[in-house]
Design a protein. Structure first.
Length: 267
């Protein structure tokens, strides 16, 4: 298992897939509750045209939490260091939810490292409902158990169609998410989220193409907010009908097609 050791001694787990001469690199950045395993279905379709970098941010999956307080700037610095460690000088980037925020923070620190960017399940301003949902997850984790918190999160991170079609698999999905997460690390992550700077304060026109993807059945983001991100960054927005927050898990074929078409396009 390869690990990148950060300057402060934190070990971050990563994988390089689809190695081959001349291939462009595509980096995936996980959302909350996710690990590198979240992208494996997409990776099967994307390792032929791309070299893929998957990694767990601090406190996720096999990565250490470390001693430093979590922040968006720290996550971006970690990713910048990991790209240097992997000898990646330029990469396309796909970030989902929290991962999209990290990708934008990296674009602010080092835009020259990024060729194109896909931002999934993100909008400019968190609604009051979305803020309450995340606050509720944190409170449940503080007062009860990781299992209880994940059961509370699942109806918000998957769309209604996906939940209905996978009703018999929900308990297995919950158990899988619980196994991939650590209570202490998730507490630190959710606490840090509540102190992140407003997304609207860090948005600006970017020197590369941007695609914003959202699901129409996502209670954590708004279509208007996603369209605003696309407008400010100089990109375009695509909304997927019947899909919730976990786009690549709920609509893998549509997700892969959109990614391939966007990264292969000339404009």
């Amino acid at each position: 298992m390869p690990f990148y050791k950060t300057p402060d001694g934190c070990s971050l787990y990563y994988e390089l897939l689809g190695e081959g001469p001349g291939k462009p690199t595509l980096t995936f950045v996980n959302g909350t509750l996710q690990t590198t395993l979240y992208w494996k279905l997409a990776a099967k379709a994307l390792t032929h045209p791309f070299r893929l970098l998957l990694y767990d941010t601090r406190g996720q999956g096999a990565s250490d939490l470390g001693e430093r307080p979590l922040s968006l700037e720290l996550h971006a610095a970690d990713l910048k260091g990991l790209l240097r460690e992997a000898d990646i000088h330029r990469t396309a980037m796909v970030g989902l939810s929290h991962g999209a925020r990290v990708a934008l923070a990296l674009a602010d620190q080092a835009p020259d490292l990024i060729s194109r960017m896909v931002l999934c399940s993100l909008s400019t301003r968190a609604t009051f409902r979305a803020r309450m949902i995340v606050r509720a997850w944190h409170e449940i984790l503080q007062r009860h158990s990781l299992d209880a918190m994940v059961w509370a999160a699942v109806p918000h991170v998957f769309g209604r169609t996906y939940l209905r079609e996978n009703e018999k698999q929900i308990e297995r999905i919950v158990q899988t998410i619980v196994r991939r997460n650590k209570t202490e690390s998730l507490r630190a992550h959710l606490a840090a989220l509540q102190h992140y700077p407003p997304l609207s304060a860090m948005l600006k026109s970017l020197p590369f193409l941007v695609l914003v993807l959202t699901g129409e059945d996502d209670p954590l983001v708004t279509r208007e907010g996603a369209e605003e991100i696309a407008r400010i960054c100089g990109g375009r927005h695509v909304a997927l009908q019947g899909i919730g927050h976990s786009i690549s898990a709920e609509a893998p074929q549509a997700f892969n097609r959109l990614i391939i078409d966007f990264l292969a396009g000339s404009d």
